[in-house]
Design a protein around this ligand. Structure first.
Ligand code: NAD
Length: 246
């Protein structure tokens, strides 16, 4: 029960890594606000978390919409009185090589993966400052450290997230707030659904452990970083790759 009584908002919490993180947080005693753009999946996630004995509330929120975020943050504070953890996990891919990338692909990925992270952090930071405590965790990627073929937009967004974290760690550390990024390699989630089996196999061969991560293996890292056990980890970008980048 490392997160007992902590109130956490998790974006993109209805699928993949976000859902596994919500499950892990609830198992560790946290109260979880499940935030996702997909309303049916939010409902299903909240029902599953409650069935597992957890306390959870669902919010159909688009992280590019500041009014929706403000309503959610207001409601979470009204219900639970505080916000201890924000996990900025929502993200998408819209891949194309630079010569083929459209403005729509570029703007959409930046709006969700980068501005969405800023929007949510901006919406909770005053509450965390007033509390004198808080943890802001953020989904980056190995692509946010090393770049990747076909991912100009995604790489820019994930490098940007690490820039946020290093800046927020400096600004907010003295106010009792920690900010960190998690940089997964390949994780078996629906975000990879568009990839052909052959590509997935080739990806797995590049990993020293010869397999993708399961979403739970990333959720465990978020849970540790959210807990008081990580009390001196601030401004870090933690690679969780099975050794992919060695
Ligand atoms: P996923 O597609 O399974 O889940 C993403 C969730 O975000 C979905 O439920 C989706 O509905 C939600 N979402 C999308 N746009 C949204 C918006 N505008 N507002 C609110 N919610 C929105 O993906 P995943 O693999 O679990 O990825 C989670 C995060 O981890 C992403 O930021 C991704 O970039 C990052 N990541 C994933 C991998 C991987 O291999 N799966 C690797 C590195 C980083």
């Amino acid at each position: 029960m490392r997160l007992k009584g902590k109130v956490a908002i998790i974006t993109g919490a209805a699928s993949g890594i976000g859902l596994a993180t919500a499950e892990k947080f609830v198992a560790e005693g946290a109260i979880v606000a499940v935030c996702d753009i997909n309303p049916d999946a939010v409902e299903a996630a909240v029902a599953a978390l409650r069935a597992a004995g957890g306390e959870a509330a669902g919010y159909r929120v688009d992280v590019t919409d500041k009014a929706q975020i403000a309503d959610m943050v207001g409601d979470v504070k009204a219900r639970y009185g505080r916000i201890d953890v924000l996990v900025n996990n929502a993200g998408i891919v819209m891949d194309a090589q630079l010569a083929k990338m459209t403005d729509e692909q570029f703007d959409k990925v930046i709006d969700i993966n980068l501005k969405g992270v800023y929007n949510c952090a901006r919406a909770v930071v005053d509450t965390m400052i007033a509390q004198g405590s808080g943890v802001i965790l953020n989904a980056s990627s190995v692509v946010g450290v090393y770049g990747n073929f076909g991912q100009t937009n995604y790489a820019a967004s994930k490098f940007g997230v690490i820039g946020f974290v290093k800046t927020w760690a400096k600004e907010l550390g003295k106010k009792g707030i920690r900010a960190n990024a998690v940089c997964p390699g390949f994780v078996a989630t629906p975000i990879l659904r568009s990839m052909p089996e052959k590509v997935i196999q080739a990806m797995e061969e590049r990993v020293p452990m010869r397999r993708m991560a399961q979403p739970e293996e990333i959720a465990n890292v978020y849970a540790f970083l959210a807990s008081d056990e990580a009390s001196y980890i601030n401004g870090a970008a933690i690679e969780v790759t099975g050794g992919l980048t060695l």
